[in-house]
Design a protein around this ligand. Structure first.
Ligand SMILES: [Zn+2]
Length: 426
C-alpha cells in the first residue's frame, strides 16, 4: 500500500474519531517505537490501532488518535514490529531428533506452529514435505482463532531426473493447490544425483503453466545461474560453493529473484561438535525440546559430528554464504529471511533469532535484517496482508522490551506476541 493511501486512511480516522460508531474490540497500542516492516526508519512514539484483527491506522502518536472507546495498551519504552516471517522452514516431520512422514500429524503441526509463534515467528513458509494435514490447517487459518504461526505450503519436493518425470511431479503437486512449488537442485556434496538442467527447466515451465511460482534448493553458483536462466522465482538457500559474480547479481536484480540465506542451516551441520553456547541461553531453554537437546549432548554423537567431513565443508560454506549475502543485499537484491528450521537439530523459533544475528554479522544493518524478516520476505514470496504494519494488514506483531536496532540480539527480549490483534498466551 502506498504512503499516500496510508495518510488518507489515518486522516479519515482522525476526523471520524468520536463521531463514528465504535467497532467492538478496537484496540490501540500506544507509545512504542514502531518498526513497520517496510524498511522505513522507525517511528519513535507510535500508535497502532487494530480492528477485527487488522491494522486500522498507524503512525506517530501526535497524529494518530485512538478511536473513542478503544482499549488502550500502553507500550511506552517498548519496540513494536511485525511478526517474523520464515520464508524457508519445514513443519510436521520431526519429533525430538527423529524425522519421518509418520510424524506429520495435525497434532504435531499445531505443536510446532505454536512453538514458532511463541518465539515471534508468526508465519512459516514450509518448503517441502507437506501433507494433507498441513494443507488443511492452511485452508482454515484465516477463519480460526489464531494460536499458531500462519502456514504456507509447497507440498512434496520436486526432484525428477528427467523432464517428463519433473513435469509429472509438478502436475501432482499442483493438484494439491500449494502456495508455491519447491524443486531441489543439489548433489549433497557429490553424494547424490543432481536434478539435471533439462528436468528443472521443465519443472519451472510446468509450474508456471499452473500459475505457481518456483523456489529452488541450490548450493552451487553454476546451478543458480542455470535456474535463473530457466525462470526460477526464488533461491531458497545461499550460493555456498564460491563467491557470486557480477553476472549473478545483475541477473537476480533484473529478474526480481530474491535470496533466502538460511545461514542457520549451515550452523546446524557442525554446531553439535560439542554442546553449543545456546544450550545455556535462557531464551533457548524456555521452550527447548528437551528430548532433542539430550540426544545432541550424547558424546558419541558429538564425536561423529567432529569427524564428519560434510560438517567441516558446510562450516566453510557458511563463510561463503555470509559474504554472498552481504554482496547481494548491498547490490539491492531482495532478501527473504529464512532458516530451514524443522529438520532434526534445527530448533524452530529460536534459530530464527540466531539467523538475524548471523545476518548482521554478515554485514547487514539490524534494520535490513528485520526488513528481510518481515516486509521483505512477504514481498519476495508475494504473501498478501502480512509482513508490514500498514492499514489493512493483519495485526501480527511482536512487542520487545529492548531496541533491536541498537543490538539485533534484543529480538530475544520478546515480551508478547499478537496474532490478528489478539495476545498469544504463553
Ligand atoms: Zn529446506
Amino acid at each position: 500500500m502506498s504512503r499516500a493511501v496510508t495518510v488518507a486512511v489515518v486522516a479519515g480516522l482522525v476526523t471520524a474519531a468520536g463521531a463514528a460508531p465504535v467497532a467492538a474490540g478496537d484496540r490501540a497500542f500506544v507509545g512504542a517505537r514502531l518498526i513497520d516492516g517496510t524498511g522505513r526508519a522507525p517511528v519513535e512514539s507510535a500508535t497502532l490501532v487494530v480492528r477485527d484483527g487488522r491494522v486500522l491506522a498507524v503512525g506517530p502518536s501526535a497524529r494518530v488518535k485512538p478511536p473513542a472507546g478503544a482499549e488502550t495498551v500502553d507500550l511506552k519504552g517498548k519496540t513494536l514490529l511485525p511478526g517474523l516471517i520464515n520464508a524457508h522452514g519445514h513443519v510436521g516431520e520431526t519429533r525430538g531428533l527423529v524425522a519421518g512422514p509418520e510424524h506429520y500429524t495435525e497434532d504435531n503441526l499445531r505443536r510446532q506452529l505454536g512453538l514458532y509463534a511463541r518465539y515471534g515467528v508468526t508465519t512459516v513458509v514450509s518448503l517441502g514435505g507437506d501433507r494433507e494435514a498441513g494443507f488443511r490447517l492452511r485452508r482454515e487459518q484465516d477463519r480460526a482463532r489464531r494460536d499458531r504461526a500462519r502456514l504456507y505450503v509447497a507440498g512434496p519436493v520436486v526432484a525428477g531426473q528427467t523432464a517428463e518425470e519433473a513435469r509429472r511431479q509438478v502436475d501432482a503437486v499442483a493438484a494439491l493447490e500449494p502456495d508455491l512449488v519447491k524443486i531441489r537442485v543439489d548433489d549433497n556434496l557429490g553424494t547424490a544425483p543432481k536434478m539435471p538442467a533439462a528436468a528443472y527447466q521443465a519443472a519451472i515451465e510446468q509450474a508456471h503453466r499452473h500459475g505457481l511460482r518456483v523456489a529452488a534448493h541450490v548450493f552451487y553458483l553454476e546451478d543458480a545461474r542455470g535456474l535463473l536462466n530457466a525462470g526460477v522465482d526464488f533461491l531458497a538457500h545461499s550460493v555456498r560453493d564460491t563467491d557470486v559474480d557480477d553476472g549473478l547479481v545483475a541477473s537476480m536484480k533484473q529478474k526480481g529473484v530474491c535470496l533466502c540465506p538460511t545461514l542457520m542451516r549451515e550452523v546446524s551441520t557442525f554446531a553439535y561438535e560439542t554442546a553449543p553456547d545456546f544450550f545455556s541461553d535462557p531464551f533457548f531453554l524456555r521452550d527447548a525440546d528437551r528430548e532433542a537437546v539430550e540426544a545432541l549432548e550424547d558424546p558419541a554423537r558429538q564425536r561423529s559430528v567432529r569427524e564428519s567431513s560434510a560438517a567441516q565443508r558446510y562450516k566453510a560454506a557458511l563463510e561463503v554464504a555470509k559474504r554472498n549475502l552481504k554482496r547481494l543485499a548491498g547490490a539491492g537484491v531482495g532478501i527473504a529471511f529464512g532458516t530451514d528450521t524443522g529438520p532434526p537439530g534445527r530448533f524452530q523459533g529460536y534459530f530464527e533469532h540466531r539467523e538475524l544475528e548471523l545476518m548482521v554479522q554478515s554485514g547487514l544493518t539490524p534494520l535490513q535484517a528485520l526488513t528481510a524478516a518481515t516486509g521483505g520476505a512477504a514481498r519476495c514470496l508475494k504473501l498478501d496482508g502480512i509482513g508490514t504494519l500498514e492499514p489493512g494488514a493483519w495485526a501480527d506483531f511482536l512487542v520487545l522490551g529492548a531496541d533491536p536496532l541498537a543490538d539485533i540480539r534484543n529480538t530475544r527480549s520478546l515480551e508478547s506476541v499478537w496474532l490478528a490483534g489478539e495476545r498469544l498466551p504463553r
